[in-house]
Design a protein around this ligand. Sequence first.
Ligand SMILES: C[S@@+](CC[C@H](N)C(=O)[O-])C[C@H]1O[C@@H](n2cnc3c(N)ncnc32)[C@H](O)[C@@H]1O
Length: 278
Amino acid sequence: MDTYRRLCTEYYDLSKPQAPPDAVDFYLRLFPASQGPALEPMCGSGRFLIPFLERGIDIDGVDGSPHMLDACHRRCRDKGLEPVLYQQLIEELDLSRGYDFVLIPAGSFGLIIDRAAAAEALRRLHRHILPGGRLILQIETPFAAPPDLGRWHQGRLPRPDGSELVFNALPTYDPAEQLQHDTHRYEVVRDGLVVQSEVEYLSIRFYRPDEFRRMLEDAGFTDIRVSAASRDDPPNDQDPTVVFRCRAVGDCRCISPERGPLTSSPLNVADASPVRLP
Ligand SMILES: C[S@@+](CC[C@H](N)C(=O)[O-])C[C@H]1O[C@@H](n2cnc3c(N)ncnc32)[C@H](O)[C@@H]1O
């Protein structure tokens, strides 16, 4: 992946150390106590994963970014938590375990901007859900497009060593394609000098709820419900984010909720040094 690299991860964790409590409560409420294993694809550095783990929930994480996974690994270890984390793209998801509950919060799914890859990601998610299990997924609608397009925005945060992490973002929006394209520049500034920098080009696809419902149906999901984000009410027609809840009916190739022979090695926080996966 050429996004969510080292400085991006650092800025993410400094600016968003914890998930919004109302969003965590909302997703926890959707997870019944009797439910089997859970998975958070695109778990990043774990701000949603950690509150689930802290409640003793059997939840695994997957992410494409080794930097975000390293941060997740570290944050979990600091709290004495030992999740199983996999480095995979979800359009290539291939795990040996089936899950009852799969959660993708924070609009992350929109980061897969290629339509065919997004459809494949949904099919792969469906194949990892045990019969009757649920996918809960938040997406952003075209009303999430930022108002201040075409000009640079800046954020600056102090780092523990006294230097500063400066973030500059230039968003643009293509309404016909429902795609936001951002240029991001991260710079570590020490004593007035830029000592490290990173540039990323990150795009996000927005979906109209009716369009995303059809994609879920095409991937085999049933019992599809859409609500406003973090609430149970139906969305209004200008909500910037909505949450889909749906069920998988049973083409799960991972017949067991047990962890079988692994098709991909897990990154386990018990390992003292971070492991790079192939
Ligand atoms: C906005 S962050 C959200 C992380 C976490 N859910 C949170 O709320 O903090 C999106 C995450 O998705 C991951 N990601 C982006 N595209 C991906 C893909 N195709 N497959 C797997 N992970 C991906 C990124 O590495 C990043 O960690």
